[in-house]
Ligand binder design. Structure first.
Ligand SMILES: [Zn+2]
Length: 75
């Protein structure tokens, strides 16, 4: 049983195997970052993140505005 540690951008901490989809504190979607506890898992996260990003892109097109406001296009 490996429980990972996830931290929301609002500071909420969750312990579970998978990243929480929604923060129970600020209700942001996919705002959790895995705390660098285990480097091995970090790799998996990288891959998972790519997949997440893809599925998120789909969600975004449906919801238009979702999370982080730091999404300016600089180029
Ligand atoms: Zn939160």
């Amino acid at each position: 049983m490996t429980e990972l540690t996830w931290e929301c951008s609002c500071g909420q901490i969750e312990y579970c195997n998978l990243p929480p989809e929604e923060c129970s504190s600020c209700f942001k979607i996919d705002s959790f970052t895995q705390l660098p506890e285990e480097l091995l898992v970090e790799r998996e996260k990288d891959m998972a993140e790519e997949q997440l990003e893809m599925s998120l892109t789909e969600k975004k097109s449906a919801k238009s505005k979702v999370k982080k406001p730091g999404r300016k296009k600089k180029k």
